[in-house]
Design a binder for this molecule. Structure first.
Ligand SMILES: CC(C)(COP(=O)(O)OP(=O)(O)OC[C@H]1O[C@@H](n2cnc3c(N)ncnc32)[C@H](O)[C@@H]1OP(=O)(O)O)[C@@H](O)C(=O)NCCC(=O)NCCS
Length: 158
C-alpha cells in the first residue's frame, strides 16, 4: 500500500505525458489537453511529479513563472491515491520550488464549486484575493466563477 515516507519528487518531462494525462483526464471535468501539456513543457514551466517507490505517478503540479510569482496551472492527485495527504506534500514541494528560486508568492484559480480543493488550499494557508466572473466553462451554455487565491511563500510558518 505504501506510505508518505516511500514517496519522492522528480521533474516531469514530455516522457511523463501519458501518465500525467491519464490522471488529468480522470480527475478533471475539463482536463488539460495533450497540447496544453506540450505547450507547458516546451514553455519551460516547472512541473514536478510525486511517485511511490514503484515509480507510479501519484500526483503532480505545473507552475508558470510570472515575474516574482508562480502561477499554479494544474494540480492533481490520482483518484485512487486521494485522501492520503499527498495534496499537502505537493503543496509543500511547491513552496520549496518557489523559495529555491526566490519567488515571492504562488497564485491560483479554482472553481467556486471545487469545495475540496478550496478546503485544501485554505487549510494550507492560501487566501482568497479575488474572483473572476465566468472564468471556467461548465457546459455549452454555462460558465462558472473562479476564486483567485495567493500564498506568500516567505512566511516562516510554512
Ligand atoms: C484537490 C485535490 C488535489 C486534493 O487532493 P486529495 O488527496 O484529495 O486531498 P485530501 O483528500 O487529502 O484532502 C482533502 C481535504 O478536503 C476535505 N474534503 C474532502 N472532500 C471535501 C468536500 N467535498 N468539501 C470540502 N472539503 C472536503 C477533506 O476532509 C480533507 O481535509 P483533511 O485533510 O483535514 O481531512 C484532489 O482532490 C484532486 O486531484 N482533485 C481533482 C483536481 C483538482 O480539483 N485540482 C485542483 C484544481 S484548482
Amino acid at each position: 500500500m505504501g506510505s508518505i515516507s516511500d514517496t519522492s519528487f522528480s521533474v516531469l518531462t514530455v516522457a511523463d505525458l501519458e501518465a500525467v494525462l491519464q490522471i488529468e483526464e480522470d480527475v478533471y471535468s475539463h482536463p488539460w489537453t495533450r497540447g496544453n501539456f506540450l505547450d507547458s513543457f516546451y514553455g519551460g514551466h516547472q512541473a514536478q511529479g510525486l511517485r511511490n517507490s514503484r515509480g507510479d505517478l501519484l500526483g503532480y503540479f505545473f507552475l508558470m513563472p510570472i515575474v516574482d510569482e508562480l502561477h499554479l496551472l494544474t494540480f492533481a492527485v490520482a483518484r485512487e491515491h486521494q485522501a492520503k495527504g499527498y495534496a499537502k506534500l505537493l503543496l509543500e514541494e511547491m513552496i520549496r520550488v518557489a523559495r529555491r528560486q526566490a519567488f515571492v508568492s504562488i497564485m491560483l484559480e479554482v472553481r467556486v464549486s471545487n469545495l475540496r480543493a478550496i478546503s485544501v488550499y485554505e487549510k494550507f494557508g492560501f487566501c482568497e484575493i479575488g474572483r473572476r466572473k465566468g472564468y471556467y466553462p461548465v457546459d455549452i451554455a454555462n460558465r462558472e466563477d473562479a476564486i483567485v487565491m495567493r500564498i506568500n511563500v516567505e512566511q516562516e510558518s510554512l
